[in-house]
Ligand binder design. Structure first.
Ligand SMILES: [Fe+2]
Ligand SMILES: [Fe+2]
Length: 418
């Protein structure tokens, strides 16, 4: 494989001392949002959060990070049962509560460096790709296992930070949603998200003993949602986009890991998340069909499309890069290596497989948007099952049936091509 081409900006960046490299790279990343997001309205809505995330590094300055909320709380003194499907989900959510302290076996001995029970498969990154930069990790060696360990800790740390976003966003949505049955259901989701924060944090703190900072791109999206006054934007951003992405990522990790405690933890979390996305799609489908003007609907369509692409292009484990490879390869070369790794390709596939049918179901992928999705190579996912057609149990059964799919094959092809 040819090494990615270095631009003038890369060369200048590489000549700077490390702390300055990080600062300059942050400015570049903020600048890249301007070129990546094509829709001016969407860009304007994201810029304040991009400034807080990339330039001011608000997610990396310790406790607390304050975000001002500006939504209306919606009260209904009539307590009418007003949405049967949500009432049904509420019932199921009550019946399926679980206690992370009891349901999971925390006495399991987890050794992330053990090649017999790998936390991630070698194929996830196919780290032989790094050899073109002089980084040689022999498969199953201590160094290579430590690299997998870092990648897993980075992913789980971002899951944890995303779960905190979901905890606070679901509390906001519970206040602002107009259906009484939606508020009941929302309360169960708040509890679910608290439990997810609890179990991911416990796993990271006591089993991996490593926690990465929140990724700036994730921070930007959470920050934008927490500030937005419109409940449906919180819903769209959190229940459909972030939860959709998380569901894809959890599913992939569930398929990949051989570590039994993590696998079981993910199985429980996936079943909760399937309900959350289901709630998101029924609430938004109804709202988007009945309550929005043409202009408002278009705004949501553009926002969802642009944010989907941002999420695809920008979660690059830069915190791992800075810790391990800065000075050895450029940030851009690292991005290329991540983007083309078999695990990340599979990750994008799984994520869009979950997300795109939901966008179609709620009316955000209509004839006007067809061409955009087609150009981005995403239209092929549109015919899949949406969240109202797929329960958590069905999702787990499908993951078990499909196993690792083509990932190992893709990794072999890549390694053979070098
Ligand atoms: Fe969650
Ligand atoms: Fe969730």
């Amino acid at each position: 494989m040819n090494a990615p081409r270095r631009t003038k900006a890369d060369a200048i960046l590489a000549s700077l001392p490390s702390p300055m490299q990080n600062q300059a790279a942050s400015y570049l990343e903020a600048g890249e949002i301007v070129t990546e997001v094509k829709n001016p309205g969407v860009l304007l809505s994201l810029l304040p959060s991009a400034a807080r995330g990339f330039l001011l590094k608000r997610g990396k300055q310790g406790v607390p990070t304050l975000m001002r909320a500006s939504h209306d709380a919606y009260f209904d003194w009539s307590y009418t049962a007003d949405q049967t499907e949500m009432r049904d989900l509420y019932r199921r959510a009550k019946q399926n509560q679980w206690d992370g302290e009891v349901a999971l076996d925390w006495t399991t001995d987890v050794d992330p460096l053990n090649p017999e029970l790998p936390v991630l498969p070698y194929e996830f990154f196919a780290s032989a790709r790094l050899s073109e930069f002089g980084i040689r990790y022999e498969r199953g060696s201590k160094e290579e296992m430590a690299f997998r360990y870092d990648m897993l800790a980075w992913m789980l740390s971002q899951f944890l930070h995303g779960e905190q976003g979901a905890l606070l966003a679901s509390a906001q949505v519970t206040e602002s949603v107009q259906w009484m049955d939606g508020k009941f259901y929302g309360a169960t989701q708040v509890m679910d998200e608290a439990r997810h924060v609890e179990v991911f944090h416990r796993y990271l703190a006591t089993k991996l003993e490593k926690l990465y900072d929140v990724n700036d791109n994730l921070f930007v999206i959470i920050d934008a949602l927490m500030h937005d006054a419109r409940w449906d934007m919180k819903f769209l951003g959190m229940q459909i986009m972030i939860e959709g992405l998380a569901l894809g990522a959890f599913g992939l990790l569930y398929k990949m890991t051989k570590e039994p405690l993590l696998k079981n933890l993910l199985k429980y979390v996936i079943q909760d998340e399937a309900r959350h996305v289901h709630y998101g799609v029924i609430a938004l489908r109804e709202h988007y069909q009945t309550a929005l003007s043409e202009k408002e609907l278009r705004e949501r369509q553009d926002w969802a499309f642009e944010v989907a692409l941002l999420m695809r292009n920008r979660f690059m484990a830069h915190e791992v890069y800075e810790e391990r490879f800065q000075g050895v390869m450029s940030r851009k070369q690292w991005n290329e290596a991540v983007l083309t790794s078999p695990g990340m390709s599979e990750f994008r596939h799984t994520m869009f497989e979950r997300l795109v049918p939901n966008l179609r179901f709620i009316g955000l992928l209509d004839d006007r948007m067809h061409q955009h999705y087609s150009d981005a190579g995403l239209l092929r996912y549109a015919g899949g099952k949406n969240a109202s057609q797929l329960s958590g149990d069905e999702m787990i059964a499908e993951l078990d049936r499909r196993g690792l799919g083509d990932m190992a094959g893709a990794a072999d092809q890549q390694l053979a091509a070098e």
